[in-house]
Design a protein around this ligand. Structure first.
Ligand SMILES: O=C(O)CCC(=O)C(=O)O
Ligand SMILES: [Fe+2]
Length: 258
């Protein structure tokens, strides 16, 4: 999966990449995009990254003709990778449920049908890394994210009021709890606040596989873990507000706290 992503970003001519350009006016649309955005003060670059987003579940959203055609096994590998990651995500949600004394299916039932997106992110070397981030501080807004990275440092986690660099173990799958799991477990599991930094010398690649509820799902803490500390939210409204206000750490989740 990583080598396919790298091949797309490093070997495809720009003209080929732009054939898959996503709709930059709508959030998380499928395809190739670049977020080398200028901030309000027009000399501030917000995110230093290129990415390709694939919609892989439910099956009705999966349309491999939207994905790169080179290398020749690209579409098949993305499909199989999505299938395996979904099974792993379901197993993990089951184990998290059981660890809280809940039936194995509790969190998955609260999430409902799983929407899966696979985002390959390419962070080119950045000539002045001290001026920008690869990806600003956020927690993922869905239920659970499975992340793989290459051997280049860049991912950082916020813990105990400081940023810790995650060792880039290239054959590990990193599990990131996301906001809806924090709500459903009533804060017993916390979503991970993270960001990516850039460096001047080496490009970095990561593949994040997000598992989210449907936009119409109503998400609330499970009744067994009451009294609820978080207000119920319609997932689609949560995502819209996340995109319109921006992440700034975990402020969108904090806004739901009683
Ligand atoms: O590149 C990384 O390691 C992190 C990517 C990420 O956090 C995201 O896409 O939400
Ligand atoms: Fe993330």
């Amino acid at each position: 999966m990583r080598s396919l992503g790298l091949s797309f970003f490093q070997d495809s001519p720009m003209e080929e990449k732009l054939r898959y350009a996503c709709d930059s006016t709508s959030a998380a649309s499928e395809g190739y995009g670049s977020r080398m955005l200028l901030g309000a003060k027009d000399d501030v670059v917000l995110d230093w990254r290129d990415y390709f987003d694939h919609h892989t579940f439910p099956p009705s959203r999966r349309n491999p003709s939207h994905w790169p055609i080179h290398p020749s096994d690209y579409r098949q590998v993305v499909g199989e990778y999505g299938d395996e990651m979904k099974k792993l995500a379901q197993m993990l949600l089951g184990l998290i449920s059981e660890s809280l004394g809940l039936p194995c299916s509790s969190i998955e039932e609260a999430v409902g049908e799983i929407y899966q997106n696979i985002t390959v992110t390419y962070y080119p070397p950045c000539p002045q890394p001290e001026l920008t981030l690869g990806l600003q501080s956020h927690s993922d807004f869905g239920a659970i994210t499975l992340l793989i990275q290459d051997d280049v440092e860049g991912l950082q986690l916020y813990k105990d009021a400081q940023w810790l660099t995650v060792p880039p173990i290239s054959d590990a799958i990193l599990i990131l709890i996301a906001d809806q799991t924090e709500i459903i477990t009533n804060g017993r599991y916390k979503s991970a606040q993270h960001r990516a930094v850039t460096n001047a010398n080496r490009a970095r690649l990561s593949v994040a596989t997000f598992h989210d509820p449907s936009k119409t799902a109503r998400i609330a803490p499970v009744s067994q873990l009451s009294p609820p500390s978080y207000k119920e939210v319609v997932y689609g409204q949560y995502v819209s507000s996340w995109y319109s206000k921006g992440p700034e750490g975990k402020r969108n989740l904090d806004a739901l706290l009683y």
